[in-house]
Ligand binder design. Structure first.
Ligand code: SF4
Length: 216
C-alpha cells in the first residue's frame, strides 16, 4: 500500500531533520503530559523557533498547574510575551491549570472528550497530547499534515478537521501518531508551503502534486 511505502521512505529521509517542537520538549524535559499540553497551547499560531525558547523559559519557572497559577497573570504575560497572542495565551494557561486542579486533581485528563472540554484546547492540541503524552492512537492535523496529505492526493479535504477524519479512514491506526511527526518535518524541510522541493522529494512517485503550481 502506498501509505506504508511513504511512511517507510519518510522515516529514513527525516532521520537527520530537527525534531518537532514538542519532541524537543520531550527530549529535554521528559514525557510530562502537562508540559506537552501547555507547550502545544503556546505553539498555536506561533513560529516554532520563537516558541521553543519561550517554552523553555516558562518551564524553568513552572512545571505544574499549581506553579503556573502561582505566577500572577501580568508576570506570566512577561515570560511569554515573545510569542503571538501572548495575552490571550497567558489567560488560557491560567484557566487550563485551574480546571486541571479543580476537575482532575492536578493531572491532565487522558480522554479526547475531557481534553476538548479544557479551555483553549481544540482537536489539534487534544490529538497531540493523546498521542505524545499518553500513546493513544490519534492523528494531529496541523497545516503541514493538512497540506501534504492533500498534495499527495490520498485525501481531498478543505479543513484540518475533515483531513483528520479522512486520514483515519485510510491510514492504519498503528501509524496515526507518527503521521504528524513525519509530515511536519517533511513540510518544514522539503514539501514547504510555497514552492516545494519536488525535485529532491523521495516520495514524488507516490505524489499527485495536487494544487502545486510552482516547485523547485
Ligand atoms: S512531490 Fe512535491 S508536492 Fe509531492 S510530497 Fe514531494 S515535495 Fe510535496
Amino acid at each position: 500500500m502506498a501509505i506504508e511505502k511513504i511512511i517507510k521512505i519518510l522515516r529514513k529521509e527525516t532521520k537527520n531533520f530537527n525534531p518537532t517542537l514538542i519532541k524537543q520538549i520531550i527530549i529535554k524535559h521528559n514525557k510530562d503530559p502537562f508540559l506537552i499540553l501547555i507547550c502545544c497551547l503556546l505553539s498555536l499560531r506561533s513560529k516554532d523557533i520563537v516558541t521553543i525558547n519561550v517554552c523553555n523559559d516558562l518551564i524553568k519557572k513552572a512545571q505544574t498547574p499549581k506553579e503556573i497559577l502561582n505566577i500572577p497573570l501580568r508576570e506570566l504575560e512577561k515570560i511569554i510575551f515573545k510569542i503571538g497572542f501572548y495575552k490571550n495565551k497567558a489567560k488560557v494557561l491560567h484557566k487550563v491549570s485551574k480546571e486541571i486542579i479543580e476537575k482532575y486533581d492536578g493531572k491532565v485528563p487522558k480522554t479526547e472528550i475531557e481534553l476538548l472540554e479544557l479551555p483553549g484546547v481544540g482537536r489539534k492540541t487534544a490529538n497531540l497530547v493523546l498521542g505524545l503524552a499518553f500513546n493513544k492512537p490519534a492523528i494531529c492535523v496541523d497545516i503541514h499534515v493538512h497540506r501534504i496529505s492533500n498534495r499527495l492526493g490520498i485525501i481531498k479535504t478543505k479543513t484540518p478537521e475533515k483531513t483528520e477524519f479522512a486520514l483515519k479512514k485510510i491510514i492504519p491506526k498503528k501509524y496515526w501518531i507518527e503521521w504528524n511527526d513525519l509530515l511536519v518535518r517533511w513540510g518544514q524541510n522539503i514539501c514547504t508551503p510555497i514552492s516545494p522541493k519536488c525535485s529532491q522529494c523521495k516520495i514524488k512517485k507516490y505524489c499527485k502534486q495536487i494544487g502545486v503550481i510552482k516547485h523547485r
